[in-house]
Design a protein around this ligand. Sequence first.
Ligand code: ATP
Ligand code: LTN
Length: 334
Amino acid sequence: MYNDKKVVFSGVQPSGNLTIGNYLGAIRNFSAFSNEYHCYYCVVDMHAITVRQNPAELRRRTYETLALYMACGLDPEKNTLFVQSHVPQHAELGWVLDCYTMFGELSRMTQFKDKSAKNADNINAGLFTYPSLMAADILLYQTELVPVGIDQKQHLELARDIANRFNQIYGETFVVPEGFIPKEGAKICSLQDPTKKMSKSDTNENAVVRILDSKDDIIRKFKRAVTDSNNEIIFSLEKPGISNLLTIYSCVTDKTIAEAEREFAGMGYGDFKLAVGEAVADNLAPVRAEFARLMADKAYLEATMAKGADEAFRNARRTMSKVKRKIGFTEPKH
Ligand code: ATP
Ligand code: LTN
């Protein structure tokens, strides 16, 4: 909106070591937009504190998530890579949008219900209003497209509802964003319970494959993956374990599910799981190497963060002053 390119925005929380779910469902798809769109990829640290974080770990993971963005192919010269708390308009618009988001809407969010169940001793107000902060992240940049995994679909629909509601009251203010959910990889499941999403905060390490796991760890985890009864390697609703492994294999090799099924026809589960593990480890090896190189250069990471914050700030400020004008806030004349 503010230059001739349309905008893409997405965010990842620095709330744990990133998984192949984060990679295949989200980050891996980000670089495809870099030429055509102005892309903002944000490390959403303000979202991460809705669950209690250790300060030193949060700080380290914020750097790591930024380095992983770059290791996954995002060039800071072609994308705005930044940290959410460096741009105060996120909190500012978040508050405003809280006042245009209904209690009933927030109560229906499944992520809130899941996370409240997991953190029964810390059901804080931020966890509840998380989706209106997420709407602020997106609407602040006049975003057209939001690449995310399927678990974020409900939040995205709420962001659209909030944008439409605001536009109806005050006239065109926000672009109404669309989600971009990949055909393959939008929901990578736990290796130990393939009916559940793989989550970076899972406490069972065998259930999650991290982008930065060593080759040996990756293969060991795949070897232990839960499979299904009978030994046919086919994609089917009755076989969530095998289907999840086929999906992962198909994503990392760029083969179709049908091609993968043909390749593994007649093979035993043990050899199949080993082959998937090896394909994943090989696919991630360059990311791991580049990550290590970037983490060794803290000055470069800091310069990237500062540049991203400046770029984001300039555009965020324009939307924010428009919003303030529309709702009737005054501005001090210095
Ligand atoms: P947490 O476990 O702390 O809730 P998370 O693993 O869900 O975190 P987020 O930072 O909330 O990770 O998500 C970052 C992006 O990764 C989002 O676009 C989300 O949709 C996507 N994503 C997360 N998990 C998966 C998964 N298992 N499969 C596909 N996409 C995923
Ligand atoms: N809610 C997302 C992370 C997130 C996000 C965003 C994603 C925060 N703000 C804006 C896309 C756009 C999550 O929990 N995965």
